[in-house]
Write a protein that binds this ligand. Structure first.
Ligand code: SF4
Length: 209
């Protein structure tokens, strides 16, 4: 297939920032945000991926050019969303980025399509629905977004007993976490006795995306 015939990807923004969540907190990364998501979480804090005006259809070449321009010399990218798994031809995009020398991370709910081949270098799985065991086994880290409801979600603790990099992250309320969700996550983290870690959206505390 010629590059001209390569798929176009629905993207809503490409920008450089500081990763604020979970294992790679503090690492500068180039964020490639996919437009669209098969889910409609009520707490979603990324409305841009639903804005029709923000949708740009970009070729792999155009994405690579934008990534190079936004942060020359930085070779860490994260595919996020929206839902990057739902991008048709995702494997081709991951291959292009890796061929160009990028370390490629992806954040996904696990829904929307198959995992890419080649596989990304780092998969953050943020489950919102039941998923196959295979995708859990592919995850580099698992990050549960937790609300302020009472009770201890036993499936999170069970997952933490089988995977060594599991996080709970309080749902956002505007540009800060919901205080009830924070309290719930702290309680869960303490009760899990070291199996769970607390992820905060630290980028929001320093006023960056
Ligand atoms: S899966 Fe993520 S991007 Fe999609 S609606 Fe839920 S919170 Fe938003």
């Amino acid at each position: 297939m010629s590059r001209d015939a390569a798929p176009l990807y629905a993207i809503c923004e490409i920008f450089v920032s500081i990763q604020g969540e979970a294992s790679w907190t503090g690492r500068p990364m180039i964020f490639i945000r996919a437009w669209g998501c098969p889910l409609s979480c009520s707490w979603c804090d990324e409305p841009l991926h639903r804005d029709p005006a923000a949708r740009r259809m970009m070729s792999g070449d155009e994405i690579l050019d934008a990534v190079r321009q936004v942060a020359p010399g930085l070779f860490s990218v994260v595919l996020t969303g929206g839902e990057p798994l739902a991008l048709p031809g995702l494997s081709g995009l991951v291959a292009r980025l890796k061929e160009a020398g990028y370390w490629v991370a992806m954040e996904s709910s696990g829904l929307g399509g198959a995992l890419p081949d080649p596989m990304v270098d780092w998969l953050t799985l943020s489950p919102k629905t039941p998923l196959s065991e295979a995708i859990y086994q592919s995850a580099s880290e698992i990050k549960y977004v937790v609300g302020g409801e009472a009770g201890f979600p036993s499936h999170i603790l069970e997952r933490a007993e089988r995977h060594d990099n599991v996080w709970v992250q309080p749902r956002a309320m505007g540009d800060r976490p919901d205080p009830k969700a924070v309290a719930h996550c702290v309680e869960m983290t303490l009760r899990a006795k070291g199996r769970l870690r607390l992820s905060l959206q630290t980028h929001k505390y320093i006023g960056v995306r």
